[in-house]
Design a protein around this ligand. Structure first.
Ligand code: NAP
Ligand code: G4F
Length: 318
């Protein structure tokens, strides 16, 4: 039986990846950090089918013990401090989790079993002030947040361990991907949740920051498939995973409010509080390499994604 470790299994991507690997017959082991209250909402439906282990990206020994206990074939490193605004408030902690945490995982693999295949969750946020559009695997990075800087470190240390120790280490440069399981602080879910609350009479307005920001938004369920495909290739490599389309935050609002028969302009207020010290204005990826080498393509369109998220929040609130 194939055995895989997922760090960040309680997060959005971790929950979809766990479902996907289980459907492929994997034995799935997840890393969870200790907390005073359990935070397993996204994997509640999988609890009896996955094995959870306490370990932390900040604690090297816990990672080594975890790898020794499980002896996986594949490790998917999805855990991180992943919310960009928090990275200005906690830049050092973000670096510990999101940058050095990757080295701790790679060191664990180097010590325990160099045959383990490793996936690193890199991010389009690394492109920041974009040097070309669309962005490809060869576009230079110019991160615009402590989070983006930490992800650049995580990306290059993955490449470095591949080159230094011949590890099967891949970096997936994933553009924004969303779902009904997205955290409520991210803009897409903040919008879908507000639309449902307004429709149900529970909220009066929606305060947002930069409506002109453009993102290449896809569906998380499609993107975890690309992670797995990367680890099934003959050679380790890096891939951009994206839809190739970009849309503004304003457009997301319009489609979401339209879906429930409301005019977004009556409810959305711009609030400077949500503007960032340095913004990433435009992200649009070129997924040609992933399409060519992995045979990957997205299934869910932008409009379908928006409507799926609004419907899920309406359902939750009913
Ligand atoms: P998410 O929902 O925020 O999940 C993050 C996960 O990391 C959670 O399970 C969290 O555990 C865990 N974690 C955080 N710090 C940890 C630590 N010190 N030790 C162990 N676990 C820790 O993020 P996501 O959207 O699923 O994203 C998954 C990964 O892809 C992240 O690395 C993110 O930066 C990257 N990424 C995401 C996107 C996107 O659009 N979603 C795009 C590109 C890259 P708790 O539940 O305990 O907090
Ligand atoms: O939804 P966001 O917070 O996502 P962001 O910053 O693009 O980061 C996400 O995608 C990255 C991949 O590129 C991941 F690596 C990262 O972990 C995370 O998953 O913001 C999207 C855009 C930004 O330009 C922001 O300024 O929406 C704009 N925005 C406008 N009003 C807002 C708001 N963002 C948030 N979170 N809240 C607002 O009220």
């Amino acid at each position: 039986m194939k055995r895989a470790i997922i760090t960040g299994i309680t997060g959005q991507d971790g929950s979809y990846l766990a479902e996907f690997l289980l459907s492929r017959g994997y034995e799935v082991h997840g890393m969870v950090r200790r907390s005073s209250t359990e935070n397993f909402e996204r994997i509640g439906h999988l609890r009896s089918r996955v094995h959870l282990h306490q370990a932390d990206l900040l604690d090297q020994l816990s990672i080594i013990e975890f790898l020794r206990d499980v002896r996986p074939r594949e490790v998917y490193n999805l855990a991180a401090q992943s919310f960009v605004p928090t990275s200005w408030v906690q830049p050092v902690l973000t670096g510990e989790f999101t940058a050095l945490g990757v080295t701790r995982m790679l060191e664990g693999i180097r010590l325990v079993d160099r045959k383990i295949r490793f996936y690193q969750a890199s991010s389009s946020e690394m492109f920041g002030r974009v040097q070309e559009t669309p962005q490809t695997e060869r576009t230079p990075f110019w991160p615009r947040s402590p989070y983006g800087v930490a992800k650049v470190y995580g990306h290059w240390i993955t490449v470095n361990y591949r080159e230094s120790y011949d590890l099967f280490a891949c970096s997936g440069i994933l553009f924004n991907h969303e779902s009904p399981r997205r955290g409520k602080e991210f803009v897409t879910r903040k919008i879908s949740h507000a639309v449902a609350s307004i429709k149900r009479g529970l909220q009066k307005e929606l305060r947002l920051g930069n409506l002109d920001a453009r993102r290449d938004w896809g569906y998380a369920g499609d993107y975890v498939r690309a992670m797995w495909l990367m680890l099934q290739q003959e050679k380790p490599d890096d891939f951009v995973v994206a839809t190739g389309e970009d849309h503004t935050v304003r457009e997301f609002c319009r489609i979401a409010f339209d879906h429930v028969g409301l005019d977004w302009r009556k409810f959305v207020k711009v609030d400077r509080k949500f503007f960032r010290p340095a913004e990433v204005n435009l992200l649009r990826g070129n997924p040609a390499k992933a399409r060519r080498k992995l045979g990957w393509k997205r299934e869910v369109t932008f409009e379908k994604l928006v409507r799926m998220m609004v419907d899920a929040d309406l359902e939750r609130l009913s």
